[in-house]
Each structure stands twice: as structure tokens, then as C-alpha cells.
Design a protein around this ligand. Sequence first.
Ligand code: EPZ
Length: 417
Amino acid sequence: MDRIVIRGEARLEGEVQVSGSKNSALALMAASILGQGETRLRNVPRLRDVEAMLELLRALGAKADWSGAHQVCIDGSTISSAEAPYDLVRKMRASFMVLGPLLARFGTARVSEPGGCAIGVRPIDQHLKGLEALGAKIRLDHGYVEVSTTELRGGRFAFDVSTVNGTQNVMMAASLADGETIIENAAQEPEVVELAEFLGRMGADVSGAGSDRIRIRGVASLRGAAHQVSGDRIEAGTLLAAAAITRGDVTIRQIDSSTLESTLDKLRELGAVVEAGPDWARLKVDGPLQPLQVVTAPFPGYPTDMQAQIMAVLATVEGSSVVTERVFENRFMHVPEFQRMGADITLSGRAAHLRGVDRLMGAPVMATDLRASAGLILAGLAARGDTIVNRVYHIDRGYERIEEKLRSLGAEIRREG
Ligand code: EPZ
């Protein structure tokens, strides 16, 4: 099994390009089910999760494959099944986002419940509540969610919690429903905005995405469309945090820096010099860094997907910091691994209390989930000696060639296995 070996203490310097957004690409690929004809997505990252979504679309009967190094072509016209099997959905939770599009397209869908994951129970009640508000009948059957309707009708409802994929699932279903849908307490993440933009290219009528109130006027049909996927804001934040933990100077390109604001604000508060333009950002450390209070929250708050990375940085910053995880209930699996590397962290409830140490120590560590593994790699970049990150399949789910990108910035990092 692959593992990544890092010899720490190299200061990162230089420029690197950010890949396309995993979470946006996955939602747009699910949306392609809604359209007649071909969908062509450019700047799609080469990731395990994207492969899993392609495999699921093919299992439904779509023609779906790579048509270029970072381009996928999907033709949903040939879809013949509205069932997403357990074996495919269990590989990747985001598969659950085919529920809304299949229901809207075929009036019925049967999708395996995604179940919980390392970072939390992750219920789907809000997805179902939203589809029910559009007139869907919901049945749970042997681990599957079955939804059906004679006719999807526009409706008004409010999410009890801000949910990204829940908002996206309902937006996609409502785009072919009869009449107008108003979603209150909608998620405001950039991936929701990008999906609305893409649905617009397919012929849908969506407004208000990016705010907590989204209006969708249903249309009779949608067509395939072409779209350039935006840069991955979490990969971007991870690369800037890598610069911070090595006290380096790194510029990232091909990223809409407006999607990074809360991350850039936190890195500025840390004491790093942070500059940004429309499609780039730069972080340079030229003085001591400050301890921080970080609380994760839905967008535009500080992203939970950047929690492990900022914790790794704060483990090396003199003074007391507190990181509070408010989005997922079990997203501190990386803490025992940081402690193995000599980090001084105490957990109490949803808060991690850190006292910065002079130097982390290289050690063999175990990745538990995608973003935890990014945090471990960052800690390895700053540690004395070698860090061996095991189970790197987690990182391949969401980061394209991360070790090559870090090596291009001066890191001593290699993949083994
Ligand atoms: C998306 O997951 C992202 N995944 C996650 O990124 C990200 O961490 C998360 O949003 C939050 O930003 C994709 O887009 C593929 P949520 P999602 O529904 O939509 C609760 C990564 O590392 N909730 O916004 O599944 C839920 O338990 C991944 O790339 C309900 O209670 O997250 C959580 O506490 C990890 N009922 C909160 O809402 C529901 O029906 C937010 O989850 C749905 C969610």
C-alpha cells in the first residue's frame, strides 16, 4: 500500500498551480444526469473520487469518461437505470447527489444510503426533507432510499442545518419541477454557486445562489452543457498552510481568491504576509507567527475542510491556540497522530487546545480521512527527521499529485509502494 515519506524542515518557496475543485466537479457531474445531450467539463482534477463518480454514471447507463487530461465528457441521454448501488455509493458519499437529478429526470430513484464516515454520522434527513417538500414520496428499504413522484412540484422549505450537498441535491431536483421553489437557510458555499451557474448553462432558472435564500423556477427540460471547473479552494488553502508551517514564501495560481477569504483572513491573523489578486494568492512568513482562535463554520465562515491543516500550523506556533470544530462532530482523528509527532494538544468536547512546540518530530503516522492526511503531510514538512504517512489512498481522493506539487516548492517528499 502506498505511503508518503517526508524529510522535514525544508522551507517552501515558489509558485504552484491549483487543480480543479473536487467538490464542484462531483456536483456538476451529478447534474449532467439532468440534461439531454453531452456535458463537457474542463479543468477536472484526476482524483479517486472523480473516477468513482464516472463509474457510478456509467453504472446508470451514461456514457461517461475522460476526453482529455483534465476533461470529462458525459452523455446522460443513454441513462437506463435510476438505481445507485451500495458498492458504488459506499466508495464515495457524494454519490448521494445523484438522488435529486434521477428523481427529477425519471420520477423515481433508488440510491444506497451513504451511511456515516470517519468525521461524523452525516445524516441525510435534510436531503429527504427537501425532496419531500417538492412532492416526493420517500421510503427507506434495506439500506436504500427510494424516492418517487408522479410530478415534482415547486415548494418552499427551510433547511434545519446548512448542508452543502443537501442544497445541491434539492436545487437539481427543483430545476425540473413544475413551478417555483424557494430554499431557505441554503448553503452558501462556492460549490453551490458554481452548480447554479452550471445549471443556468443547461437552461435552468436559478437565482440567489451564494445567499441563504435560493429561488428556482422549474423548466420542462435541460440540455448538456460545457463548463470550466473552478480552482479547488481547499487545495489552495492547504498549499498556503504548507508555506506557513515551513515559514516559506509560496504563490498559488488558478484560484478564485474570493472563495478563500476566511482562510486568507486567518492566515493574516497568524501573522503571515498574505496578498491576493483575482486568480492568485501569496503567503510569505517573515516574522514570528501568532497563536489563534479558530472556529469552523459553514461558508463564509472558516472551512471545516481546512481545520486539520491550520491545526498542524498552530502546533508549531509559540503560545496557546484553540481550534473548535462546529460542523462535524468527530473531526479530530488527526490529533493523536499529531501528538505522536510531539504536538502538545488537549481535546475537550469540540475544542482542541494547543500549546505550540519548538519542533515537531518525524514519526510513522496513519491517515484517517482526506483532510486529516493533508494535515499530517503539513506536520511532516515542519518536523525534524522523517515522517511516514500511511494509508495515503485517503489523500488521493482529494489532492492531485500533492507530493509533486510540494516537491516543486522545495519539499523533500516521495511516494513509496
Ligand atoms: C460537503 O459535504 C463537502 N463534500 C465536505 O467536504 C465538506 O466538509 C462539507 O460539505 C462541509 O463544508 C462535498 O461537497 C462532496 P454538509 P456535505 O451536508 O454536503 C449535517 C472534503 O473533505 N447534516 O454541509 O455532506 C452534517 O452531519 C469533504 O472534501 C445533517 O444533519 O456536508 C454536518 O454536521 C468532507 N443532515 C453538517 O450538516 C443532512 O441531511 C454539514 O454537512 C445533511 C447534513
